[in-house]
Design a protein around this ligand. Structure first.
Ligand code: NAP
Length: 298
């Protein structure tokens, strides 16, 4: 039987450790860790993600500060807010909830975030350190995937790993992290020819294309590990609750694989948990607290 890589269960276990860590150390730091989230506009999915982050912070004892700006706000006002939060001593981590409306220069805003507070690991300084395999804030979704693999002792070193997608948010940082861990990584994208053939060689196949049910069992080698990053809300005509699916046709693939991540309950919860880890990591550094969180960081 295939192994379910249960991100929900693992994230709750990690959260328990984080909660204890905060409760032991907050008397030394004299305040809780603080996370600022900037949301611009009314994208409904972003609303759900921000709420989930707020709830996760409150579960472990992080104070969250939510800044919900109208999409009429000027770019320079957002830059001013980021600069203010960069200087705010109560804020350890900060993120810009993506996507933001097209009129904003997203990369410029991210580059304004102090790299020490860049808990999404998207600032060029942190990406540069990742390229050089130096310690730095790591992107949450890739870091969550690596912790999920580690939790089941799935070896990365020496494995053929195919990543579908090359976005700055997922595909690129994930490929670099896996490379740094001595995987043999192939990064694919929408212009890749013969995607299926490349995927069939993968010991670990990671789908982050953002295309519902792109991957069926014909893409997958027997005994492979399959990680599904995609999240899609499929609405039905009867207005019932939307059903979630990923990039992988899971029912078709599960009988063939050694291990798989479910959607929901796989990569998603780990992403949020790594955001908490990064925030606490920044808090820990600021106050010189003991560093037994290191084993959670790829
Ligand atoms: P994105 O920015 O749209 O990037 C998608 C990538 O997939 C691009 O590199 C694109 O190639 C490639 N691609 C698209 N269609 C393809 C195809 N048919 N074959 C091969 N490659 C293809 O998306 P993203 O931000 O990386 O997110 C990807 C998915 O993960 C989305 O469903 C998103 O909702 C989900 N996600 C989940 C989490 C989580 O916590 N679970 C976190 C982040 C994202 P080009 O570069 O050539 O366009």
């Amino acid at each position: 039987m295939s192994l379910k890589l249960d991100g929900k269960k693992l994230s709750l276990e990690i959260e328990e450790k984080l909660k204890n860590y905060i409760s032991v150390n907050k008397t030394i730091a004299k305040r809780k860790p603080g996370l600022a989230v900037i949301r611009i506009g009314e994208d409904p999915a972003s609303g759900v993600y921000v709420k989930n982050k707020e709830k996760a912070c409150s579960r472990v004892g992080i104070k969250s500060y939510i800044f919900h700006l109208k999409d009429t706000v000027e770019q320079n006002k957002v830059e001013q807010l980021i600069n203010k939060l960069n200087l705010d001593k109560d804020i350890d981590g900060m993120l810009l909830q993506l996507p933001i409306p097209k009129k904003f220069d997203e990369q410029r805003l991210i580059s304004y975030i102090n790299p020490e507070k860049d808990v999404d690991g998207l600032n060029e300084q942190n990406i540069g350190k990742l390229v050089k395999n130096e310690p730095a804030m790591r992107s949450c979704t890739p870091a969550g995937i690596i912790n999920l693999l580690r939790s089941q002792n799935i070896t990365i070193e020496g494995k053929n790993i195919v990543v579908i997608g090359r976005s700055l948010l997922v595909g690129k940082p994930l490929s670099l992290m896996l490379l740094n861990l001595n995987g043999t990584v192939t990064m694919t994208h929408s212009k890749t020819t013969n995607l299926k053939k490349i995927c069939q060689e993968a010991d670990i196949l990671i789908a982050a294309a953002g295309k519902p049910n792109l991957i069926d069992s014909s893409f997958v080698k027997d005994g492979a590990v399959i990680i599904d990053v995609g999240i899609h809300r499929l609405t039905s005509s009867d207005k019932s609750k939307p059903r979630l699916c990923g990039d992988v046709l899971l029912g078709d693939v599960i009988p063939k694989v050694f291990a798989y991540t479910p959607v929901p309950g796989g990569v998603g919860p780990m992403t949020v948990t790594m955001l908490l880890v990064n925030t606490i990591f920044s808090w820990q550094k600021q106050f010189g607290l003991s560093s037994n969180l290191n084993d959670l960081l790829p």
